[in-house]
Design a protein around this ligand. Structure first.
Ligand SMILES: [Zn+2]
Length: 277
């Protein structure tokens, strides 16, 4: 796991009201352009104020482990200050690379594309469920309904509109793509994820906006079918994969802010994710 990027600063000066007003303004502006998503002005219940901002995003690099279906990230300088007077890179990547979002349309025909998800869903109470100790012994470890119930016993029922993230400790492998993919002799990958039953439970029995993992997939890597993806995305929820630094934030009480992709027709795409603590 990378060292946490934690900014101690003047966050207290930004009142929750001011923060929400700013976001509300942006939402209102967006609603003028796209009346079809006017419902995104629903209020968001957040923690009162915050002191720290934690970065839950891995740096997007050519060495970032990538799900085998996708091509590796490429970043090359296109303009330089010495030659052109300004610096800019050209980057090429598939949507589901780096710390990224899965919109419902990624697995559901006719599902919402990421650019059309209401902005209000990207700011949510964050619940972190750790299965680190099990995952250390078993690469196929899954988040179970019992894990959710144990979390609720300690912290109370999952708040309305929560984002639920699995912390498995897999991020400690980020610098080594081979270890991250963790293929066995037959080429099957092994990494933790959500089970189908818990994904259905969270999507139907609780009021969540989305789910996240610190691995490459919402499903365990060895799953023959994308059952957790289908349970979450099929219920209109979104996913965030390859999250970083989830061990630096409290299991309950933080607010997640996700800078979702907004290119037209996005099945998903790289995101910058923060936790306000
Ligand atoms: Zn994805």
């Amino acid at each position: 796991m990378c060292a946490p990027t934690v900014m101690h600063s003047v966050r207290e000066e930004i009142s929750r009201r001011g923060f929400l007003t700013a976001i509300g303004g942006a939402v209102a502006a967006a609603a003028v352009q796209t009346p079809a998503v006017a419902q995104q002005q629903n209020p968001v219940r957040l923690a009162k104020g915050f002191r720290d901002v934690h970065d839950l995003t891995h740096t997007f690099t050519a060495k970032t482990p990538v799900f085998p279906a996708f091509k590796p990230i490429q970043i090359k300088p296109k303009f330089s200050i010495a030659k052109d007077g300004f610096f800019a890179n050209e980057i090429t990547f598939d949507e589901h690379t780096g710390t990224h979002m899965d919109g419902p349309a990624h697995f559901v025909q006719g599902g919402l594309t990421a650019d059309r998800l209401p902005a209000g869903k990207f700011i949510a109470p964050l619940a972190v469920i750790s299965i680190e100790s099990r995952a250390a012994k078993d690469a196929d470890a899954v988040v179970t309904i019992d894990d959710v119930l144990a979390w609720e016993k300690q912290h109370g029922r999952l708040p309305a509109g929560a984002f639920v993230a699995m912390y498995s400790g897999w991020g400690s492998r980020i610098a080594n793509a081979e270890r991250f993919l963790n293929k066995d002799a037959k080429g099957t990958m092994h990494a933790p994820g959500f089970g189908e039953d818990v994904a259905k439970f969270l999507a139907k029995e609780r009021d969540i906006v989305g789910a996240g993992v610190d691995t490459l997939s919402l499903d365990i890597a060895a799953a023959p079918k994308f059952v957790a993806h289908l349970a979450f995305l099929g219920a209109g929820k979104y996913g965030v994969e390859l999250m970083a630094n989830l061990n630096t934030v409290p299991a309950s009480g933080a607010t997640i802010v996700i800078g979702g992709p907004k290119h037209e027709g996005a099945s998903g795409g790289p995101v910058r994710v923060y936790a306000l603590v």
